[in-house]
Design a binder for this molecule. Structure first.
Ligand SMILES: NC(=O)c1ccc[n+]([C@@H]2O[C@H](COP(=O)([O-])OP(=O)(O)OC[C@H]3O[C@@H](n4cnc5c(N)ncnc54)[C@H](O)[C@@H]3O)[C@@H](O)[C@H]2O)c1
Length: 270
């Protein structure tokens, strides 16, 4: 997309963290923003920031776990801002617990919010984007969807790996139709994600992140990266390119990689 000026971007989870930062970043470049969030107060505060800076934005109360949420968002964007050009499927929630202690209901909750929301978004928005022959989709995944650095967040990691796969398939399908796809894979970012974390299921597990080499980023940095990826039509957006080293290490010898990872995780958990 050569410019985002006067384009409309629908951003789920736009009331906080990475979604908020992307909303501000796109708005500063002249995009009009639908800030969709289950937290209405957060969404309104982002809209106030954008409008206060001379931009255009609306807040829409939205729970992406509801299958009808995306039809409603599409209608709100078309009715109130006139178009949909960019869709960012950004909501993600985390859960923690040992694999034998995570209840199936918790799996269902995480997969509904993190994965099926992307499915429902596609159902609502793809026909519109395909018909108009332009647009850009950003799906927020995670380093957790690229490689396994812990065993205590399987539903989250599985949902994010699925988002990477869906994005890859969509890119193959949509690029020839004039529509860009970006899969955002953040490493650690200083957001409010931990506030939605329920108590750990089962006995406590030592927290293990993707690696000490990855600095915790300010969300504003990620917001700028996303705007750049939309403008450059970048498919894979790692917030830290060092993650490639891990993926190359795994690709060279997956069995040796998982042996080394098992030792690291065991040492951290002992
Ligand atoms: N922060 C990190 O370190 C990190 C790392 C990798 C990936 N991510 C991903 O980035 C994305 C954004 O997360 P963040 O870190 O900015 O977190 P955040 O908690 O700061 O923002 C998430 C927003 O989503 C909203 N939300 C939660 N459930 C919702 C629902 N059902 N419907 C609508 N809105 C809902 C929250 O109210 C919040 O405003 C997520 O997909 C997350 O998995 C974050």
């Amino acid at each position: 997309m050569r410019t985002v000026r006067d384009k409309t971007a629908v951003i789920t989870g736009g009331g906080s963290g990475i979604g908020r930062a992307t909303a501000l970043s796109l708005a500063s470049r002249g995009a009009h923003i639908v800030v969709a969030d289950i937290n209405q107060e957060g969404a309104r505060a982002v809209v106030d920031d954008i409008v206060g800076a001379g931009g255009a934005a609306i807040a829409v109360h939205s729970d992406v776990a509801r299958p009808t949420a995306f039809e409603e968002l599409k209608q709100a964007a078309l009715d109130r801002l006139g178009s949909v050009d960019i869709v960012m499927n950004n909501v993600g929630v985390l859960t923690r617990g040992r694999p034998d202690h995570l209840p199936a209901e918790e799996w269902e909750r995480i997969l509904t919010v993190n994965l099926l929301s992307v499915v429902h978004s596609n159902t609502a928005f793809l026909p519109l984007l395909i018909e108009q022959g332009h647009g850009h989709i950003v799906n927020t995944a995670s380093f957790a969807g690229l490689f396994t650095y812990a065993y205590d967040r399987l539903p989250y990691a599985a949902s994010k790996a699925a988002v990477v796969q869906i994005s890859e398939g969509l890119r193959l399908y949509l690029r020839p139709q004039g529509i860009g796809v970006t899969v955002l894979c953040p490493g650690p970012v200083a957001t409010n994600i931990a506030t939605s974390l329920p108590p750990t299921f089962g006995p406590a597990v030592g927290t293990l992140g993707p690696g000490d080499q990855f600095a915790v980023l300010d969300p504003a940095v990620v917001g700028e990266q996303v705007a750049g990826a939309i403008l450059d039509d970048t498919f894979m957006l790692y917030t830290d390119p060092q993650v490639r080293d891990v993926l190359v290490e795994r690709a060279k010898d997956w069995n040796a990689f998982i042996e080394r990872r098992t030792a690291i995780v065991a040492a951290a958990s002992s």
